[in-house]
Design a protein around this ligand. Structure first.
Ligand SMILES: Cc1cc2nc3c(=O)[nH]c(=O)nc-3n(C[C@H](O)[C@H](O)[C@H](O)COP(=O)(O)O)c2cc1C
Length: 267
């Protein structure tokens, strides 16, 4: 995992959500790469997230656009902490796929009937879990698609600065390598590119703490599980800090029904 970090960080810059795929399966080499990566994934906290790779039948549509045949399904218990962890883990898979030239799109809204039929038996074994998202994985269709070019224009292009995410109580001056890690989080995917999270940087004795969370009480109008989205930003910060040679201690807490991430750094 650690030797992949530079490629995952590079993938942050090139990744965007794709909505126009070739209707093909992954070739056996790519399939094995993704499968092995998922199997060997090292996560810096305990979790109960399940992530598996599935193949959709040729004639079935799993999403509203031209999808690929393969997808991962992400399920977890009904808890906001597990939702946040699911976002973190799913995003590490997205970035790995991008690093080997496979395209992806996080999908909270998908064809439930078809996907449940494909995945159903697995989730059914333990119905205390919910299938929150799928991530189609495949090869880009180079020919233009209206859906893809519109979503690229409307959603993917807006990128905010680190400063615009800083909490009012945050330090505004901090080491450049921390700034670099936070810059990666400004490129994290979120439902409709809403990116409703903040960074709170504080000095605590000989440590720096970076807090990441959605504003207390925030709810997205079309998406109930927004802690998943903040989890994607947490994955970007974690990768960025490791790439900058930090060894962050990662903590997640449920504070007043809000997941608060803390990255603690020795300085
Ligand atoms: C948790 C989550 C759920 C998403 N669900 C959908 C979805 O149902 N349909 C869709 O077209 N895009 C979905 N997206 C993709 C976002 O629209 C996309 O990430 C965002 O617009 C930013 O664009 P980018 O990923 O190209 O940077 C989802 C993203 C996340 C993180």
């Amino acid at each position: 995992m650690m030797n992949l970090i530079p490629n995952l960080v590079k993938a942050v810059d090139t990744r965007r959500s794709y909505r126009n795929f070739l209707p093909e399966e992954l070739n056996s080499e790519d399939y094995k790469h993704v499968l092995n990566y998922i199997r060997d994934l090292k996560i810096p906290f305990d979790h109960n997230v399940d992530i598996s790779l599935y193949l959709a039948p040729k004639e079935e549509s799993i999403v509203y656009f031209k999808g690929p045949r393969h997808f991962t399904a992400l399920s977890a218990p009904l808890s906001i902490l597990e939702q946040a962890k699911l976002g973190f883990i799913g995003e590490l898979v997205v970035l790995f796929c991008e690093s080997i030239n496979l395209k992806t799109c996080w999908m909270g809204h998908y064809n439930k009937e078809v996907v449940n039929r494909i995945v159903g038996n697995d989730i059914g074994k333990n119905n205390s879990k919910l299938l929150y998202c799928i991530i189609p994985i495949g090869y880009p269709n180079k020919s233009n698609s209206l859906i893809d070019s519109l979503s690229k224009k409307i959603l993917s292009k807006k990128r905010k600065t680190v400063e615009s995410f800083l909490h009012t109580d945050s330090l505004t001056e901090f080491p450049e390598n921390i700034h670099n890690a936070l810059e990666l989080a400004c490129k994290a995917p979120s439902a409709m590119n809403s990116q409703k999270w903040y960074y709170l940087i504080q000095k605590k004795e000989d440590k720096i703490s970076i807090e990441l969370s959605k504003p207390p009480g925030y709810q997205h109008i079309k998406w109930k599980y927004y802690d998943i989205d903040v989890g994607t930003a947490a994955a970007h910060i974690w990768l960025g800090l490791i790439a900058e040679s930090y060894h962050p201690i990662v903590k997640l807490e449920n504070i007043n029904t809000n997941v608060v991430w803390t990255f603690l750094l020795s300085i």
